[in-house]
Design a protein around this ligand. Structure first.
Ligand code: NDP
Length: 285
């Protein structure tokens, strides 16, 4: 029997349906959740992500705007734009699309965003709040992964979760969030010798490497829950994950596809965070 596929697109659709109702109730009370996305330059992938976020916002009734700035903008001018958004009472969520041009230090920009409007969950205050188990904006991709696991009632407590990848936006936070769910967590990365020794012990395997089809069936034991975060474009234009889908599907208990897996969930959790920001529920100063 093959793995059960966790379809992120379908789950997103159902979550967005619920959000749409919630936004409509908020609107009746005079509160229109508003997300501002700042896009610097003309990176085609960034442009496409930003328009996806705007489209999804519109679907649930969240008001959104894109501020498109020149690639040459000085860091101090970008910080001024953020300062204005921080002070604007009608803006509930601020997202600066990464990566930024090389002359701008990303960390300066991330730290300039008011943590109470940081719907990406990348501000060190929000990361610290997540680490210490306080209510906060959870970073969208790992938040989407946890939501997918919960949607299938997959137990995390006491299970061995192995993460491949240690980026600030995926690997590190998903490990922390699984730890908060009482999993036992192992982190692997490019300097980990004998990767298979770890991955074959995983009950839950999270793969966030960024290399097409590297995780084959021999990397997992029977009945592993495999979450494929990777998005890789092949020479033929097709999108594929980091996991060899056909091989792993035969052995895993659950598997997320690419596309229609973690990707749509990432945007959906951004909407959830924006609604949360509008409601002012996090008590973040
Ligand atoms: P990064 O490039 O920042 O991190 C990749 C991680 O993989 C690093 O920690 C690196 O190790 C590790 N790694 C690289 N090669 C190997 C290897 N051969 N064996 C073990 N570990 C390895 O990527 P991101 O975390 O930002 O993204 C990962 C993937 O997920 C990408 O394909 C990206 O497009 C996708 N992604 C998808 C999202 C979605 O919504 N579905 C959202 C965000 C990302 P080291 O630290 O030692 O270099």
């Amino acid at each position: 029997m093959g793995a059960e596929i966790i379809n992120g697109k379908e789950l997103s659709k159902s979550l967005k349906g619920k959000m749409k109702k919630e936004v409509s109730i908020l609107k009746d009370k005079g509160l229109i959740p508003h997300l501002t996305v700042v896009l610097v330059g003309d990176n085609p992938a960034s442009k496409s992500y930003v328009s996806g976020k705007e489209k999804a916002s519109r679907e649930v009734g969240i008001s959104s705007e894109i501020i498109h700035l020149e690639n040459s903008i000085a860091e101090k001018d970008l910080l001024e734009v953020i300062d204005k958004l921080n002070k604007d009472k009608n803006v509930h969520g601020i997202l600066v699309q990464l990566p930024l041009p090389e002359h701008i230090q990303e960390q300066h920009v991330i730290e300039a965003i008011n943590p109470a409007k940081d719907v990406d969950g990348f501000h060190p205050i929000n990361i610290g709040r997540m680490m210490t188990g306080q209510d906060t904006f959870l970073p969208c991709t790992p938040y989407g992964i946890i939501t997918m696991l919960k949607s299938k009632n997959i137990p995390m407590e006491g299970r061995h979760a192995v993460i491949i990848g240690r980026s600030n936006i995926v690997g590190k936070p998903i490990g922390q969030m699984l730890l908060n769910e009482h999993a036992t967590v192992t982190y692997c990365h490019s300097r980990t010798p004998n990767l298979k020794e770890h991955t074959t012990k995983a009950d839950i395997l999270i793969v966030a490497i960024g290399k097409a089809n590297v995780i084959t069936a021999d990397y997992i034991k029977e009945d592993t829950v495999v979450i494929d975060v990777g998005i890789n474009r092949l020479d033929n234009g097709k999108l594929t994950g980091d996991v060899h889908f056909e091989e792993v599907e035969r052995k895993a208990a659950y598997l997320t596809p690419v596309p229609r897996g973690v990707g749509p969930m990432t945007i959906t959790m951004l909407l959830e965070n924006t609604i949360k920001a509008a409601k002012g529920l996090t008590n973040i100063d």
